[in-house]
Design a binder for this molecule. Structure first.
Ligand SMILES: Nc1nc2c(ncn2[C@@H]2O[C@H](COP(=O)(O)OP(=O)(O)OP(=O)(O)O)[C@@H](O)[C@H]2O)c(=O)[nH]1
Ligand SMILES: [Mg+2]
Length: 382
């Protein structure tokens, strides 16, 4: 199964607690405070991995928590930072929040983004020593990590995409022009998951072409395999519209598919197209439709090889250049839309004292519970 969606729950690690400790040495009756700080909790990070093809991993595991920071200790020992959890996703993965807003677009190999930060470690009592208050009997509790529920959606990054009725010969053409080996058979809906192929020109240039399931009239209402998989065409800059030559009215077939592209939206009906009349070894009808989007029409046979070189040449000539991006823009594009789920600064702080707890600011009850406060504990509010 090919999975292009997943909903996951992520949590940054909790920060470690600061330590409440005093130096104890022989012949030093009243040692100063020496409690070290707790370590920060680990983050949950997404990484765009060029070796991955889909989001299948997240069907088995959906909940991820980064490591917690270690507690601080006496002798000014700081706790270690919690372990970061790195989640690998295919290049082209987008992240949406629960309201469906786009947060991140991992469009480049090795792009990284932090989904949830770990909580800050608590300060050890040594930090609270002042000239007038040399033996602070309190240490800070580590903060909880950020939490988020996000939806991952994969949209393939292809330069061009094949589109057309089932059985038109899309996969056969991709086998002919690229290194991909999608399944081919004489029944409709042989292709049920998108496939990417790399096409190479004689001078070494490369293009990627996506093959997706066939479309039927009414696909936008769920006929056939529906039209959800057209999401994988959204980023293709050119469509290769494949029509079976032996069918009756090839121009009417063109318009039917075009209506489905229109119904899907996302600008697919404005994309430039190469129209491919395939299976011309069986029939050779005329295709005379004029349309500003049709940049070229070519006759092919995936069986005899006729027209295949011509199709490749047209591809390299007609796929529009990628909009030029400056390096700093590319980096921004991955992160710009990201809104962190919670402010990084703490709205409250919780301390452990030798009698119980002390709270500064407006701490919600669950934060107190997470800090280890029990119903009978003494809590001072500042
Ligand atoms: N005679 C002839 N048969 C072809 C040609 N191209 C493909 N076929 C045959 O048509 C059938 C369908 O080909 P596919 O490549 O699987 O078609 P598809 O468009 O990918 O189909 P779906 O994945 O179901 O949408 C297979 O039996 C192919 O062998 C061609 O140019 N000539
Ligand atoms: Mg196919």
């Amino acid at each position: 199964m090919f999975h292009d969606r997943a909903r996951i729950e992520v949590r940054g690690g909790r920060g470690g607690d600061g330590s409440l400790s005093f130096r104890r040495e022989k012949y030093v009756p009243k040692g100063g405070p020496d409690g070290g700080d707790g370590g920060d909790g680990g983050d949950v990070v997404l990484v765009a991995d060029p070796d991955l093809r889909d989001l299948a991993f997240f069907q088995r595991k959906r909940s991820f928590t980064a490591g917690r920071g270690r507690h601080g200790e006496g002798k000014n020992k700081h706790g270690r930072t919690g372990e970061t959890v790195e989640l690998h996703v295919p290049v082209g993965t987008q992240v949406f929040d629960e309201e469906g807003r786009l947060l991140v677009d991992l469009a480049h190999p090795d792009a990284r983004v932090t989904l949830t930060h770990g909580g800050a470690g608590g300060a050890g009592n040594r930090r609270f020593a002042t000239p007038t208050h040399q033996a602070p009997r309190l240490a800070e509790i580590g903060a909880g990590g950020e939490e988020a529920v996000v939806e991952l959606r994969l949209k393939l990054l292809a330069d061009a995409a094949l589109v057309g009725f089932p059985n038109a010969g899309k996969s056969s053409l991709l086998r002919r022009i690229s290194n991909a080996q999608p399944k081919v058979a004489e029944y409709p809906f042989t292709t049920i998951a998108p496939v990417l192929g790399t096409v190479e020109s004689s001078d070494g240039r490369q293009l990627t072409v996506a093959d997706v399931p066939g479309l039927l009239e009414g696909a936008h209402q769920g006929v056939g395999l529906g039209d959800e998989f057209l999401a994988h065409l959204e980023r293709a800059r050119l469509l290769i519209h494949v029509i079976e030559a032996q069918e009756e009215d090839v121009e009417a077939r063109f318009r039917t598919i075009d209506r489905e592209l229109h119904a899907y939206g996302a600008g697919l009906d404005e994309r430039p197209q190469i129209v491919v009349l395939n299976k011309v070894d069986l029939a050779r009808p005329e295709f005379a439709l004029e349309d500003p989007r049709i940049l070229a029409a070519v006759e092919t046979s995936a069986v005899t090889g006729e027209g295949i070189d011509e199709l490749k040449r047209l591809l390299f000539r007609l796929v529009p250049e990628r909009a030029p991006t400056r390096p700093q823009d590319e980096k921004l594009a991955d992160f710009l839309v990201y809104r962190p789920s919670a402010p990084r600064r703490r709205p409250f702080r919780i301390f452990r004292t030798d009698r119980g707890f002390r709270v500064r600011g407006d701490a919600p009850e669950e934060a107190l519970r997470a800090a280890g406060v029990k119903p009978d504990d003494e809590v001072e509010f500042e």
